[in-house]
Write a protein that binds this ligand. Structure first.
Ligand SMILES: NC(=O)c1ccc[n+]([C@@H]2O[C@H](COP(=O)([O-])OP(=O)(O)OC[C@H]3O[C@@H](n4cnc5c(N)ncnc54)[C@H](OP(=O)(O)O)[C@@H]3O)[C@@H](O)[C@H]2O)c1
Length: 259
């Protein structure tokens, strides 16, 4: 078989939540494989720092600070992408918030906020990008969900429900937009070492050291670059017939027998 093609030469990718963790690692993977980038997060300085890192790979990078919970900011990142690059080939819906809250305390306002930021922002960006993804051909939307969509953790109900919505939003778009040459793929990582999870990683690593491998069969947590590798693969030409699927990157967590 010929060499697998992961080149993104000539492609333009929008990445939300690019200033940290999985978004940063994916941005750098895209840049290293030839894509130009439009990157977004609320904090300007960290975003600019990641833009510099990506530029070191030769990518053209446009940092657009903004909040994915705000319609005007979503419209702005799309408009700036079209102004600067003339179109978009890849949309990586990565940014999310991880609000802790027990179901007995969940209010409509909290639920609406988490769904708007974690789920609807991705739907809205996909709507904005649809025409351009179709016109350029081989468009790809990648949604970052979470293994919480499969096995929810106590106290993160709104988050895990927003993540299973992302999985189904992926499938819904895949069946509606596949005919337009647009693929939609979801990736669900397990606990990954990022800014979002500093305390959880500390706790889990302490338990893994004691030998509780049920917390992960590979006896460690995931690294952002390991998620980015899957992001890169599904975004590229080698994944040309992969559509509507949720890839779990969890070191074998979901493979275990229930306790
Ligand atoms: N880490 C894990 O264990 C894990 C596991 C499963 C799934 N995930 C998923 O992976 C994705 C990335 O998480 P991560 O762990 O890499 O998180 P992270 O390191 O905390 O990074 C989150 C990124 O999103 C941005 N962001 C947050 N809220 C935003 C908003 N309203 N508008 C725009 N940008 C926003 C942050 O920048 P600003 O704060 O400056 O905006 C930052 O760039 C999320 O969808 C998360 O649910 C993570």
């Amino acid at each position: 078989m010929a060499k697998i093609n992961t080149s993104l030469e000539g492609k333009v990718a929008i990445v939300t939540g690019a200033s940290s963790g999985i978004g940063r690692a994916s941005t750098l993977a895209y840049a290293a494989h030839g894509a130009n980038l439009v990157i977004m997060s609320r904090g300007k300085e960290r975003l600019q720092a990641v833009a510099k890192e990506a530029e070191a790979f030769g990518a053209e990078v446009l940092p657009v600070p903004g909040d994915i919970g705000e319609e005007a900011d979503l419209q702005n990142i799309y408009d700036q992408t079209i102004d600067r690059f003339g179109g978009v080939d890849i949309l990586l819906n990565n940014a999310a918030i991880g609000e802790g809250m027990m179901m007995k305390n969940l209010t409509y306002e909290s639920f609406e906020r988490v769904l708007r930021i974690n789920t609807f922002s991705g739907i809205r960006l996909a709507q904005l990008c649809r025409k351009s993804l179709k016109e350029r051909g081989n468009g790809v939307i990648v949604n970052i969900a979470s293994d919480d969509c499969l096995y929810p953790s106590v106290g993160v109900g709104a988050y895990s429900m927003s993540k299973i919505c992302q999985v189904h939003f992926t499938k819904q778009l895949a069946v509606e937009w596949g005919k337009d040459g647009i693929r939609v793929v979801c990736i669900s990582p397990s606990l990954t070492r990022t800014a979002m999870t500093v305390d959880s990683v500390k706790g889990i690593e302490a338990e893994l050291k004691k030998g509780d491998y049920r917390l992960n069969p590979m006896a460690r947590v995931c690294e952002p670059e390991e998620v980015a590798a899957m992001v890169l693969f599904v975004s590229g030409p080698a994944a040309s017939f992969i559509n509507g699927y949720n890839y779990v990157v969890d070191g074998g967590m979901a493979a275990q027998a229930p306790i």
